[in-house]
Write a protein that binds this ligand. Sequence first.
Ligand code: GDP
Length: 357
Amino acid sequence: SLSIGIVGLPNVGKSTLFNALTKSGNALAANYPFATIDPNVGVVGVPDPRLNTLGELFGSARILPAKLEFVDIAGLVRGASEGQGRGNRFLANIRETDAICQVIRVFSDPDVTHVDGEVSPRRDIETINTELILADLQTLEKVLPRLTKEAKQNKDAKATLEAVEAANKVLDAGTTLYASGLDLAPLRDLHLLTAKPFLYVFNLDADELTDDDLRARMAALVAPAEAVFLDAKIESELVELPDDEALELLQSVGQEESGLTQLARIGFETLGLQTYLTAGPKESRAWTIRKGATAPEAAGVIHTDFQRGFIKAEVVSFDDLVAAGSMASARSAGKARIEGKEYVMRDGDVVEFRFNV
Ligand code: GDP
């Protein structure tokens, strides 16, 4: 499944945030049969109020939200691309993730030292981006001699070479590939770090959470990438509290939604994901697919056999189903459609698959 790697300089609150993710994931895992718990992976549920509505409509015994995985990638320090710290291991771990979430320190606690002496979000972002950019430049440098040779005989290699040269220029100028607007398709096989989608978590002091000026300045540092604002310490407290007390704590710092919830939602968008829904007396559940996935691909998320044996899908939009009040009424109102192999799923489709096994 898709995952987001969490990176950041030391002492910015990564472990604090990651522990909160893990705690929230463990609570979630209790609902998922066969969930494995990997110490480096934290899981958050993507909140979806539609699931509660379906749960009521179908009398579901449980509600299972879509999940998003975060991987703790320790070891980013200045010089990581030169092998400092856990250098190469760090880069290998980050290569396996589908998006990069940078945690940036904004909180100013005199008891927590900053590796560079003072808190500066802008400089930290530059430090991290520089390491990732240098790592990508090394990757390109390695493939250039072979590509240059191949490009003399082979048209495809020539196109790749041109893309690599363009990427080299962008990286040399200190820009990440994701932000550059280059066509990254010819570079896909190189698994370049800065070609992954980025998102940013700004770790604030509690009283900064409501500081709109500060938030706007931070958001501007990373635009067009998305920014999430949270207080990692508060997040780690929230996951320990029962729902009503958690809500009280959130409201006391002027928030309606936990940072983890925002992170899950924005992470989902950054990865280009959407959900479809299944509902019944056993469970109402959201399943994760890429935008543009077809009905058989969506079925494959439940079980690979469902994709292989796919016959058709009965689909009703969430809104139509709720308006009709039941699956039977939706059918008799002609709102339930039978869709075949070519059908491209829409967000909020409620689906029943028919398949051969
Ligand atoms: P990491 O090195 O990035 O994993 O950072 P840690 O999560 O270990 O945090 C380093 C120190 O900063 C710890 O003492 C945390 O308790 C503290 N810390 C983390 N987040 C916050 C925060 O939002 N506010 C404050 N005041 N301290 C924090």
